[in-house]
Write a protein that binds this ligand. Structure first.
Ligand SMILES: [Zn+2]
Length: 240
């Protein structure tokens, strides 16, 4: 599954979510199509609270594309009393007045499956189960989507174990194991981040060429979800 990144700029430092036990599903509540940048700008201009930018971690469009909002590890601003423990996913549309098309539905299932692979013990909620709101609308295919997300997660093939893999073969979404205690670079490019042997992460991003942001002089590498550590040349990672 591809997660598109619009490189949104937030107006302050995002904080790491202390725990992740819930996935909360939302809709935009308008029928007009909106890019992730439009949603982000809406949040930047909101005056009812000090939003740093888009409140959701992911945004699923009607065309089936999935966009990164806040990074998956970051605390969101989408559900009162639950932001510190939930991943927020927003679906483009007003599902009180529309029904969801197949492309968007399938993208939602794949995305939830992916989030469950990162945080397997999550309970999935409609926003309205947790706050006083109609979100994500009476036509939102909640039960069907949750069921499909779990079915697919359970039947995912598990045979590719511990097969050594070069950086060229790693793809976004791949599950990887750290093969040695390895000093990766931290996200802020300051302190070295010590990745302990045996820990499991997921590839969030692959850098090739001069845009690898973590260590001067290194031209390629991968970014993983756990503490957003960067691995120069994908060294010390094995696909599992
Ligand atoms: Zn909502």
């Amino acid at each position: 599954m591809e997660i598109k990144n619009a490189n949104l700029k937030f107006k302050g430092a995002l904080t790491k979510r202390p725990s992740t036990t819930e996935i909360v599903l939302h809709h935009t509540a308008v029928t007009v199509k909106q890019s992730v940048e439009i949603i982000h700008n809406y949040y930047l201009n909101r005056t009812d609270d000090n939003f740093l930018g888009i409140g959701y971690n992911f945004y699923v469009r009607k065309d089936g594309t999935v966009w990164q909002g806040r990074p998956v590890w970051a605390q969101g601003g989408h559900c009162f009393y639950h932001n510190h423990k939930s991943v927020g996913i927003c679906f483009e549309g007003d599902f009180d007045r529309e029904t969801m098309n197949d492309k968007q539905y399938k993208a939602g299932v794949e995305l939830i499956k992916y989030v469950l692979s990162l945080y397997p013990n999550c309970t999935i909620y409609k926003h309205k189960q947790l706050n006083n709101t109609a979100c994500p609308g009476k036509n939102f295919p909640f039960d069907k989507m949750v069921k499909a997300s779990k079915e697919k997660a359970q039947s995912a093939p598990k045979k590719e174990t511990a097969q050594a893999s070069s950086s060229a073969e790693l793809k976004v979404g791949d599950k990887v194991k750290v093969t040695a205690n390895y000093a990766a670079s931290a996200y802020d490019n300051k302190a070295p981040y010590s990745a302990s042997k045996g820990s499991v992460r997921y590839i969030l991003k692959i850098y090739k060429g001069a845009n690898y942001p973590y260590r001067i002089g290194v031209k390629k590498g991968v970014l993983t979800n756990d503490n957003t550590s960067g691995f120069a040349n994908a060294k010390g990672l094995k696909k599992v």
